[in-house]
Ligand binder design. Sequence first.
Ligand code: IPE
Ligand code: IPE
Ligand code: MG
Ligand code: MG
Ligand code: MG
Length: 343
Amino acid sequence: MTEGGVYPHRFQGQGPENCKINDMEPKIEHSEMSAPRQIHPVDPVFTDWTVQRQASVERALECLIDGCGAQPPRLLDAMRYAALDGGKRIRPLLVYAAGELSGASDPALDLAASAVELVHAYSLVHDDLPCMDNDVLRRGKPTVHVAYGEATAMLVGDGLQSLAFAALAQSVDRSVSASAVVKMVAELAAAAGAHGMVGGQALDLSAVGHTLDREALEAMHRAKTGAMLRASVRLGWLTGPQAADSDGAFIPSELDHYANLVGLAFQVIDDVLDVESDTQTLGKTAGKDSEHNKPTFVSLLGLEASRTLAITLRDEAVTALSPWGDRSRRLIDLADRIIKRRA
Ligand code: IPE
Ligand code: IPE
Ligand code: MG
Ligand code: MG
Ligand code: MG
């Protein structure tokens, strides 16, 4: 770590390690007629793994945010409020699980995991703004604009997004090749940007009060949510040495297929939970989609067919991992968690 770099207020070597993206995804092809398979019971080893990995990304995020030189103190405070101590950390967990498959080191994965979570946290802050979904509750707390005001909330999002790219750039200091890091930066930019999450959010806003057909709804969900989940898997994989061959960094199509499917399944379940769950369990206001006239999988297919679709997507995602056998256990567990979650 060099002075004036990502952590200008830390001494050399006091980065997170010591503190203890591309073209749009291809159309998903899936058969809704296939019978859902048995979802595995929760494995206690998986639970321990998630707790450890969630703690790792929490430490890394805290070091990144505290070390980024945010000023004035109120901005730093608000960035911490937005990104720390909350959320399921599903995207970081996907980074770690995919990285374990490609032999990535833990310190390098901490940075990639932090990068996707920082972009995600920023997207939530902006998603909740009065000009977007106008939400007052997120992760069980008042939203950032409620706690700090709209202008600060907007700047928090901007600051978290920049920090995400700064974090990724630091991967070269953790034995990730410069060419892989460049690819990772491009992956994250594409997933976060106008062809990914931001474009999906724009589609979401323009769809208010309209009925979308299945194809349009799926395209919106793949962009606004699926792109960042897909990028999480891809970044995790790219972090490891096995992602490189003689032509440079590559991503196996089977892994990408898995990533696409779980990305869509995640938002299908988000739509379901908005109807089925309650505000306290969710930590965000339930029932917002119908209140705001948003087209969702539930409004299009109904609750039961939406859940069945999510299970089918999960089954196909798990099948795509078969080349790795039991080595992909964590990714399978995460696909299960994504569809079984209650919040
Ligand atoms: C919520 O994401 C927003 C969507 C993209 C659907 P999560 O459900 O992952 O939210 P946190 O990170 O756990 O709070
Ligand atoms: C948000 O989708 C997707 C983002 C890019 C943040 P939603 O608007 O459905 O997410 P929630 O339900 O507010 O978490
Ligand atoms: Mg929204
Ligand atoms: Mg919202
Ligand atoms: Mg939602």
